[in-house]
Design a protein. Structure first.
Length: 234
């Protein structure tokens, strides 16, 4: 796990923490994940696009592994935890059992997103639209005009690079520094879901969502360090 600072707090990211897709906040003993999109495969199956029906298991296994590694006692899911309003009802018994065990073992908080805002009853845990923890706002999508430090998801950022003639893609954090106020800053988490795909971290939609910022960069765990890639600078 590699420590780094955001909004004067220490966070940790590592290749084994949710395969680089989950963030750990030591002071809060909290794991933060975004965009699980549980039961995405079964959603598409209803329309004739058959995908392996194990995406929920794989996603929950990533989260369970990150909890074991970090010892997290709290889990914050930053929205789009289910792919659609009926996703919770379609969980097969094994995945449903995994989720029940995880929500019993931790203080689990569901933050609603655009895909799951109409889910009637999330299984286990507590459901909120957004919340602030130790001065940092947790929500699904970055909010224009927010001046407090903010953690969000929604965009599924990935860094795409050409390395030795090969094109590679890696989930990444996107971090924006607000040098004008000295108080703000935004971080967008990658999607932890098994079938979520991703948006290029350089996409104008992501860069726009990070404003106001004086500097934006992508962070990717690489062994015992964080590789930083500048995306935009004022």
């Amino acid at each position: 796990m590699v420590p780094f600072s955001f909004a004067h707090r220490e966070f940790r990211l590592g290749t084994r923490i949710g395969d680089g897709r989950a963030l750990y906040w030591p002071d809060e003993q909290a794991l933060l994940v975004a965009d699980l999109h549980l039961e995405k495969a079964s959603f598409y199956a209803r329309f004739g696009q058959m995908l392996p029906p194990y995406d929920s298991r794989e996603t929950l296994e990533r989260i369970a592994g990150a909890i074991r590694e970090t010892g997290a006692r709290r889990v914050f899911c930053l929205g789009d935890s289910f792919h659609d309003r009926f996703g919770a009802e379609r969980l097969e018994p094994h995945a449903a059992g995994m989720l029940a065990a995880l929500t019993r073992a931790t203080d689990w908080v569901w933050i609603t997103g655009n895909h799951d805002e109409d889910v009637a009853d999330h299984p286990g845990g507590t459901r909120v639209e957004e919340l602030a923890v130790s001065g940092i706002v947790l929500r699904h999508e970055a909010k224009a005009g927010e001046v407090a430090p903010e953690l969000s998801g929604h965009f599924h950022p990935k860094l795409r690079l050409a390395v030795r003639g090969r094109n590679i893609s890696r989930p990444c954090l996107v971090v924006g520094k607000d040098g004008s106020s000295g108080r703000g800053g935004r971080m967008i988490l990658p999607a932890i879901g098994a079938l979520t795909g991703g948006m290029d971290a350089n996409d104008p939609a992501i860069l726009s969502a990070m404003q106001p910022a004086t500097e934006i960069e992508a962070l990717v765990p690489a062994a015992d360090r964080l590789a930083r890639f500048p995306l935009w600078r004022q």
